[in-house]
Design a protein around this ligand. Structure first.
Ligand code: ADP
Length: 582
């Protein structure tokens, strides 16, 4: 083994162990192997060092890249956050976040609008600290509401709050945040100042109310003189007018009745919109109602060369319980239209039993005509107020387009829905289905009632009270015709005086009178006691409002008729008290 080829570490070991040259020679094979392994391990080491160096350079480069990326990402995150903050803080809505205890953990800068506090002043405080000033605030109720609402994920509420003497309306929307187990972690939400909208809404409601008030007053004011026009034209027609006067009187009567229908429609529509239309529940005969409608439209139908027929299913119950006046109003309207839009044709009023059981009967009413028909694409439009199928309808046939809108609303209130089927040039069918309660009246009762209709009023003695001379004249003309004895009173005071002086079978009392109105006069008569407690007093008023009707009832009056009255209704009303009295 040559010394130059010997690894320095082996050399150090040989020297350290004092090996002689002979020993070295002796173990030369072994020492050569050791020497080779020293050299190869040194080479390995060098290779390893090289690998480590390369790797750490790569690692360094990767690290640098990562750092750069993170840096860019954090810049991006900051930019996004700034942008979001910018948006959130420039929203006019207040944005908030509360933890599960209701403490604020986030508030945007619009928060200042709520209570003039900066977000940082309110963070950490509880939302309940800001409930003061909320109108009608009830902490218990609020907790109950929150308990209930927090079961949902999103809820909305509107509340008003008085702050520094100013009332503001706030709309709050809340989204509940839950953890993975579903427990409430907190909530985020918004508060929006809706004071302006609320004020607009209030003004609109107020404007609508004044519109209704105006219409009611105007209609009422028009109804009163119209009452006289209708009644007097009827009376003139009954008093054998000269032939040349008949046509004019009929036109006068027809036009004034049409005007009354229009005014009543407007009043009705207003009531329907205000949800004030009350529905009666009384026993009545369907057959009687339908036949009366057909009878009262016979002449009108004939004038347009139309035939009017009634087709009633044989198994229709004799009596049902419902609102006969409203039913009459809907069918009358449909029949009037059918006559109006049909010439030389037929109008059939059909009543069919859809189903019935012990307590209820479901009835289908149809008004079928053979008239001009309606285009299919107008089926919806015609039910809108002031809408007509054609632009020239008013010019050709008259009308205002209110009728069907009212019919539809009334039918809805009665529990039905009006359907239309039509073919141009062939005719139209309007139909609706209504469910009535069955009446418990027996046929015997009914025939007895019918027999009563044959009675007369002759010989009765009535006191008629009205401050309006024309009204007195109108009513008493009918009294003369029916053989009724009567005395006239022109004020509430006179009414009391005359009832004390003479015996009457009935008092017909106007309601609106100066000095003493009909309510007060009636109360005074009742307070006389004895026979005055049961003396029939019937109100006669130009108002068709239910409030007036109820007020009359509360004043102790027994009946109510609205002006202009249908002579038949007046007759029946008086007759019903004559029966009780005798
Ligand atoms: P009006 O009859 O006062 O115009 P309605 O609301 O009662 O108002 O009817 C609205 C429109 O529907 C009518 O103008 C007419 O165009 C159409 N219409 C209603 N009934 C009939 C019918 N039986 N035949 C043809 N068209 C009809």
């Amino acid at each position: 083994m040559t010394e130059t080829k010997m690894h320095r570490l082996l050399k150090r070991q040989i020297n350290k162990n004092n090996l002689s040259a002979a020993d070295v020679e002796k173990f030369s094979n072994f020492l050569n192997a050791v020497n080779n392994s020293y050299f190869s391990s040194q080479e390995d080491l060098l290779r390893l060092e090289n690998i480590i160096e390369v790797s750490s350079a790569e690692l360094y480069a990767a690290n640098q890249k990562l750092k750069e990326e993170n840096y860019l990402k954090s810049i991006e995150a900051i930019q996004v956050k700034n942008r979001l903050d910018n948006v959130v803080n420039n929203l006019s809505d207040i944005i908030f976040e509360v933890d599960h205890l209701g403490n604020f953990v986030y508030l945007n800068s619009s928060w200042i609008k709520y209570g003039e506090e900066l977000p940082e002043e309110s963070l950490g405080k509880n939302f309940m600290d800001y409930a003061h000033g909320i109108l009608n605030f009830d902490a218990k109720l609020l907790n109950e509401i929150l308990d209930r609402e927090f079961k949902k994920d999103i809820f909305k509420t509107v509340f008003s709050r008085k702050f520094k003497n100013k009332i503001k309306w706030w709309e709050m929307s809340v989204k509940v945040i839950r953890n993975n187990e579903g427990a409430v972690k907190g909530a985020i939400g918004s508060l929006n100042d809706v004071t302006y909208l609320k004020e607009v809404e209030r003004d609109l409601i107020e404007a609508n109310k004044s519109k209704s008030r105006f219409l009611s007053t105007m209609s009422h004011e028009i109804r009163t003189p119209l009452n006289a026009v209708i009644a007097l034209s009827n009376i003139l027609l009954r008093q054998n007018p000269m032939p040349y006067q008949i046509e004019n009187l009929e036109t006068l009567s027809f036009s004034s009745k049409n005007l009354l229908v229009l005014i009543n429609d407007i009043l009705d529509y207003n009531k329907l919109i205000a949800g004030k239309l009350t529905i009666e529940s009384k026993e009545f005969s369907l057959e009687h109602v339908i036949n009366s409608i057909a009878k009262s439209h016979k002449i009108l139908a004939q004038e347009r060369a139309n035939k009017i027929n009634v087709i009633i299913d044989a198994d229709i119950p004799t009596e049902v319980i419902g609102d006969s006046s409203r039913l009459t109003q809907v069918i009358t309207n449909l029949v009037n239209n059918a006559i109006k839009f049909t010439y030389e044709g037929e109008i059939n009023i059909k009543v069919e039993l859809v189903k019935n059981d012990l307590t209820h009967s479901t009835i289908k009413f149809s008004v079928i005509d053979t008239g001009i028909g309606i285009e299919q694409d107008k089926f919806e439009l015609i039910f809108e107020r002031f809408a007509q199928a054609e632009d020239d309808t008013t010019k050709k046939y008259g009308g205002t387009g209110l009728g069907l809108a009212i019919c539809k609303k009334i039918a809805n209130i009665l529990g039905g829905d009006i359907k239309v089927e039509s073919t141009i040039g062939q005719g139209t069918t309007f139909s609706f289905i209504i469910d009535f309660k069955n009446s418990e009246k027996t046929d015997q009762n009914i025939s007895k009632e019918k027999k009563d209709e044959t009675q007369t009023l002759a010989g009765m003695k009535l006191l008629v009270v009205d401050d309006n001379k024309i009204n007195l004249m109108v009513v008493t003309q009918f009294f003369d015709e029916w053989g009724i004895n009567y005395k006239e009173a022109t004020s509430g005071f006179e009414a009391i005086e005359f009832t004390k002086e003479e015996d009457f079978d009935l008092v017909l009392m106007d309601l609106q009178m100066p000095e003493m109105d009909g309510y007060t006069a009636s109360k005074n008569i009742r307070s006389l006691g004895g026979k005055y407690k049961t003396l029939p007093i019937v109100a006669l008023s130009a108002s068709i409002s239910n409030d007036v009707r109820n007020k009359a009832k509360n004043a102790g009056m027994d009946g109510y008729l609205s002006k202009p009255f249908n002579p038949g209704d007046l007759f029946n009303e008086i007759k019903s008290h004559q029966k009780k009295n005798q």
